[in-house]
Write a protein that binds this ligand. Structure first.
Ligand SMILES: [Zn+2]
Length: 312
């Protein structure tokens, strides 16, 4: 994928490279070295990121990954091998780092833990492996190679271990939230843990009045007011899907997860036609059912060799 990046200021010494996947840029104390937040989808993205930053007088010595989806770390291996004489420190959250070191875990996980079918080895689901130097945890994080410190923010849910990064007055939130037009287009957004995601939306909101800007993974930087409004839209959509599933089970009796998936597609008037789309939707339906199970709103049993969900 050819992306022409432009270094775009956000606030203070924090910038980003807007694109299909935004790349955060955090300049170090010496003004010459920088960290990037995520690295795009492909090797070519990695090369273009380095080229754009080199021409701005910046050398990448740090990558901070928000999560292990291929479009957020696909450039890691290229950048690690060719930037700063190969001395690039790569930081990633727990669990996510395992998927980045062993990328086959992504298609395997989507295919119920089994050997995946070939279409799931697409470049959106299967990136080159990345070395990992530091596994982060929420709280302050020193970056001695840049002479600065940042804060790691727990944003798990979209991916099992997703974390955001607060640098200066800018919060990078990975795929915590998507723009309203993307929700309108795709209807049900991939999510590994709905209960965890809803908690992360709440947690992220507590940062809104102490930051200058928020940078999501796939849409332009937001003001705190825009961020607050978009969190509400994302939250409402997840709650609507949860409520729909409960109402559907109440009206139709016990249903398999496949039947729930079909009902959700019919309710929002969309269909999935590719292996990628289907095997991203299936675990997302599981994530909603699992959230409802935690909330005590649905029950589960095996009947006639079929796993069935029912309302409580
Ligand atoms: Zn993602």
């Amino acid at each position: 994928m050819v992306v022409k990046y432009t270094l775009t200021p956000v606030h203070g010494s924090i910038s980003y490279l807007p694109g299909p996947q935004n790349i955060g840029v955090i300049v170090g104390a010496n003004d010459g070295d920088c960290a990037i937040v995520d690295s795009g989808l492909t090797k070519e993205n990695g090369k273009d990121i380095l080229k754009t930053l080199w021409s701005a007088g910046l050398s990448v010595n740090t990558i901070l990954n928000t999560h292990s989806h291929a479009d957020h770390f696909g450039g890691n291996a290229q950048i690690a091998a060719s930037s700063n004489g190969g001395a690039v420190r790569i930081y990633a959250p727990p669990v996510e780092e395992a998927f980045m070191r062993y990328p086959v875990l992504e298609p395997t996980g989507l295919f119920a833990g089994a050997a995946p079918i070939k279409p799931l080895y697409s470049h959106f689901l299967y990136a080159p492996p990345s070395p990992i130097d530091v596994v982060v945890s929420p709280g302050p994080l020193e970056l001695p190679q840049l002479g600065i410190s940042i804060e790691v923010v727990d944003l798990k849910g979209h991916a099992a271990g997703q974390m955001g990064y607060l640098a200066g007055d800018v919060l990078f939130v990975g795929d915590l939230l998507l723009p309203a037009q993307v929700i309108d287009k795709y209807k049900v957004l991939y999510c590994a843990g709905v209960a965890e995601h809803l908690a992360s939306l709440d947690r992220a909101l507590t940062y809104a009045d102490r930051v200058a800007a928020i940078v999501p993974g796939h849409s332009p930087a937001l003001t705190p007011a825009e961020f607050t409004a978009l969190v509400a839209i994302n939250r409402a959509h997840f709650l609507d899907t949860l409520d729909f599933i409960v109402a559907h089970l109440q009206a139709n009796g016990p249903q398999s997860s496949e039947a729930v998936l079909r009902a959700v597609c019919a309710h929002y008037d969309f269909s999935v036609t590719t292996a990628e789309a289907y095997y991203l939707l299936q675990p997302t339906i599981y994530a909603h059912l699992s959230c409802l199970h935690q909330q005590g709103r649905v029950g589960w049993q095996v009947t006639d060799n079929t796993a069935l969900w029912h309302s409580l």
